[in-house]
Design a protein around this ligand. Structure first.
Ligand SMILES: NC(=O)c1ccc[n+]([C@@H]2O[C@H](COP(=O)([O-])OP(=O)(O)OC[C@H]3O[C@@H](n4cnc5c(N)ncnc54)[C@H](OP(=O)(O)O)[C@@H]3O)[C@@H](O)[C@H]2O)c1
Length: 275
C-alpha cells in the first residue's frame, strides 16, 4: 500500500517504536496523527519529521488510563478527520513502569489491562466509522509474545499480582480482541491483526524493567510497518505475528467462549452498548 496521502493514527507515538513508525510514515507522505501524553515530546518528533521533510503531523494528547480521555481523544480525531486508513494501537506500559506494586487507572481498573488493552478496545470502537469510511483499511494491535491467560474470576488481578502477569494478561487480551473483531468486521474491508514486534527492543519500558535490550526499534518498527502497509498482508485478518512470521498465540486466544466473555466485560467497562 502506498502510504502517500493516507491517514494513520499511532497511539503512543511520542516514544519508542511508535515514534519510529510515526516518523517513517510521515516521511512516506502519510498524514500521521501522533498521540501521547507529553506535548514537548510530540514537538520534538514534529521537528524531526520537519527536518526529514516528512508531511506535517497532528498531535493529540490523551492519557489512556482514563476512559473519558480516551473518548475525548476519539472525539477530537473525528473532528479533524473524516476517514482513517490505519489505526496502530501501540501505546503501552511495561511490567515494571511505576514500580512492582499493583496500580490502578483513573477508572479504578488494573492499570496494564486499562492502558494496554481496554483503552485500545474503546478507541477502536469509537473510530470504527472512520475506518469503515476508508476501507480497505487496517487496524494493527501491538501486542507481545508475553501472554498470560485471563482469570475471569479476577480480571483486575487483586490476588497474586505481578507486573509481568498484568502485562502479559493485557497483551493476550489484545490478541483475543483482534481475533474477535476480525470476525465482526468480515466483509467490511477493515482488517485487524496483532503482533509481537521484536524482543526487548531498546525502549523506555524495557529499560524501566532493568532488562538489557537484545533487539532494535528498527527491527520491531519494520514488523509493524509491514502490517500497516505490506501488500502481502492485504486482506488478511485475525492473525497474530511474531515479528514478520505468522504465529500461534496462547491457547486462550482460540477459545471462542473466553473471547465472548472478554468482549462482554470490555463493552460494559468501557460504557459501550452490547449489540
Ligand atoms: N519494547 C519491547 O521489546 C516490546 C516487546 C513486545 C511488545 N512491545 C509493545 O510495543 C508497544 C510500544 O512499546 P515501546 O517498547 O515502544 O514502549 P515505550 O518506549 O515505553 O513507549 C510507550 C508509549 O506508550 C505511551 N503511553 C504509556 N502510557 C500511556 C498512557 N497512560 N496514556 C497514553 N499513552 C501512554 C507512551 O507515552 P509517553 O511518551 O507519554 O510516555 C509512549 O509513547 C507496547 O504496546 C509494548 O507492549 C514492546
Amino acid at each position: 500500500m502506498n502510504m502517500d496521502g493516507k491517514t494513520v493514527l499511532i497511539t503512543g507515538s511520542t516514544d519508542g517504536v511508535g515514534r519510529y513508525v510515526a516518523a517513517k510514515l510521515a516521511v512516506a507522505g502519510a498524514k500521521v496523527l501522533i498521540h501521547g501524553r507529553d506535548a514537548s515530546r510530540a514537538r520534538a518528533l514534529e521537528e524531526e519529521i520537519k527536518r526529514e521533510r516528512g508531511r506535517a503531523p497532528s498531535f493529540f494528547q490523551a492519557d489512556l488510563s482514563s476512559l473519558a480521555e480516551t473518548a475525548t481523544l476519539a472525539h477530537a480525531i473525528r473532528g479533524e478527520c473524516k476517514r482513517l486508513d490505519v489505526l496502530v494501537s501501540n501505546a503501552g506500559i511495561g511490567s515494571m513502569n511505576g514500580g512492582p506494586t499493583r496500580q490502578t487507572s483513573h477508572d479504578g481498573h488494573e492499570l496494564r489491562f486499562a492502558v494496554n488493552y481496554l483503552a485500545g478496545f474503546a478507541l477502536v470502537h469509537h473510530l470504527l466509522p472512520l475506518l469503515k469510511a476508508a476501507a480497505p483499511s487496517r487496524i494493527v494491535n501491538v501486542a507481545s509474545l508475553g501472554q498470560h491467560p485471563i482469570d475471569f474470576d479476577d480480571v483486575m488481578i487483586t490476588r497474586n499480582y505481578s507486573g509481568s502477569r498484568a502485562y502479559a494478561q493485557s497483551k493476550l487480551a489484545q490478541i483475543m480482541f483482534t481475533i474477535d473483531l476480525a470476525e465482526e468486521l468480515k466483509g467490511s474491508g477493515v482488517t485487524v491483526n496483532a503482533l509481537h514486534p521484536a524482543t526487548y527492543m531498546n525502549t523506555t519500558m524495557v529499560r524501566a524493567g532493568g532488562i538489557a535490550p537484545i533487539s532494535t526499534v528498527e527491527e520491531g518498527g519494520a514488523a509493524i510497518l509491514r502490517l500497516v502497509s505490506g501488500d502481502d498482508v492485504a486482506g488478511k485478518s485475525g492473525l497474530f505475528f511474531n515479528g514478520l512470521r505468522e504465529a500461534r498465540a496462547n491457547p486462550q486466544a482460540y477459545d471462542a467462549a473466553a473471547r465472548q466473555r472478554l468482549r462482554a466485560l470490555s463493552l460494559d467497562l468501557a460504557g459501550l452498548p452490547r449489540p
